[in-house]
Structure formats: C-alpha cells, structure tokens
Design a protein around this ligand. Structure first.
Ligand SMILES: N[C@@H](CCC(=O)N[C@@H](CS)C(=O)NCC(=O)O)C(=O)O
Length: 236
C-alpha cells in the first residue's frame, strides 16, 4: 500500500501563484499531490461553510497530517515556513519575510493586471509599467543588500540555508524570467544580486527538478489564459 502524500495542494495547472507553494514543499522534500482544475472549480463553487477552509481562490493547502486547510498564498508560505524552520529567528525578520511574500504576490498581480479581470495589456500600458517593475526589482535588491546576501554566498536575514524569503524570491524572479526573457534581462541589469541569489537557490537539486518538471507539465505556460497571451504580446 502506498503512503498518502503529506500535503494536498489545490492550484491550477500553471506555475504562477501556486509555484511558490510547490517550491517550498519541494525544497523541503515534502510529498504532495494536486487533485487538479476540476476539483478546484468544485471546491470554489461550494458555500464557505462547506469548504475545507473558507476561501475565494487557490492556492488552498491541506495538511494531511491532521486535515487542516489554509488558503491565501502568503499565509500558506508562513505556515510551511514555521513548520520546516524556514523563518528567521527575530520577530522583525519574520515579519519582513512575510512582507517579501506579500511583495511577491503584489508583483505577480500587477504583472497580470490582477489576473486580467478588468483589462488586458497593450503596449502603452506595458511601457508605463516597466519602470514600476524595475522599482520592484530595486526593492528586492535593496532588501537583499541589507540582509546579508553576498554575491557568492549568504541567504536572507543571515540564515545559513535558504528560508521562505529566499525560496519565494527565487521562485518569483526565476519563474517570471523563464516565461518572459525581457524580465530576466531587466533583473540582471537592475538587480544583479537578486539575479544571482535566484540562480543559487534554484540550483538546489529539488528546485532544479521542480523547474524542469514544471516546464514539461505546464508546457512553458506562466499564468495561462488570455492575460498570458496579452502579456507575451507586449513584454518582449
Ligand atoms: N490573495 C490570494 C489570491 C488568490 C487568487 O486570486 N487566486 C487566483 C489564482 S492565482 C484565482 O483563481 N482566483 C479565483 C477567484 O478569485 O475567483 C492569494 O494570495 O492566494
């Protein structure tokens, strides 16, 4: 009889927001399964009182050790970070870690115009957004500089192995750079330390394997749908 996975992750079959949670679980060698898009639709359609934990949109994580469920990507990242010792020791650095996860969530929401609910990208809008994306990169870069990350070594907040902040930073910029080459070039030019940390963290065997498997599984998609088409048409 096969052992059930430690976690069940509900997220669409694209990298995007779910990839942060996949990366933390994979980095820590945790087993998880993903029931898939139909089951997500089914769960989203339930009344809050009938859901495993009330939520609007995935990711939703179930901890199969006790069945506890949680939504909101930064909350899940914080939960797993606590469980696996991936958070810094001081209260301020733990809060700054969560702040970085929220930043990452803001960046991908801005990059996709909040999932393309109200509008799609056009060239004028993208040209106006580029300086803002560069500023986001500068925010990560300055955070790294102030938090003990060196060019050849070191992780955020003085940790001796990657924590939630490092994994989320690497997943944010690595996944985006793989999908949109212009953002990789921009990161290398505007935030070189963030670019090298991204490569260093993503070179860990578990993350390298996740990245390779994801490229095959999602066939190079990033966020999917019409918004991805519109994003790719301008971010060149
Ligand atoms: N703030 C939430 C956002 C969740 C969210 O917007 N999920 C998207 C996928 S990335 C979704 O499918 N939403 C469906 C909906 O909001 O109706 C988080 O960080 O988890």
């Amino acid at each position: 009889m096969s052992t059930p996975p430690a976690y069940t992750l509900y997220y669409w079959s694209v990298p995007f927001r779910g990839q942060f949670i996949r990366a933390i679980l994979s980095h820590e060698g945790q087993s998880y399964d993903e029931p898939g898009d139909d089951q997500i639709g089914e769960l989203m359609g339930k009344e809050p009182a009938e859901q495993p934990w009330p939520f609007t949109g995935p990711p939703l994580l179930i901890d199969n050790a006790d069945g506890s469920a949680l939504a909101q990507m930064p909350a899940i990242a914080g939960y797993l970070g606590d469980k696996f010792g991936l958070m810094p020791s001081s209260a301020i650095d733990r809060a700054r870690t969560i702040k970085m996860v929220n930043d990452a969530n803001d960046v991908i929401d801005e990059l996709t115009l909040q999932g393309g609910v109200y509008r799609m990208w056009d060239q004028k809008l993208w040209d106006a957004f580029e300086p803002r994306l560069e500023r986001w990169m500068a925010i990560f870069e300055t955070t790294l500089e102030r938090s003990g990350v060196g060019e050849d070594n070191g992780f955020l907040f003085g940790r001796d192995r990657p924590g939630v902040a490092d994994i989320v930073t690497a997943t944010l910029w690595g996944t985006m750079g793989d999908a949109l080459d212009v953002t990789r070039r921009m990161l290398q030019a505007k935030a070189p330390l963030t670019a090298v940390l991204t490569e260093r963290v993503n070179a860990a065997p578990a993350l390298a394997a996740l990245i390779e498997a994801s490229a095959k599984r999602y066939e190079g998609q990033y966020c999917g749908g019409e918004i991805e088409k519109s994003l790719r048409s301008v971010a060149r």
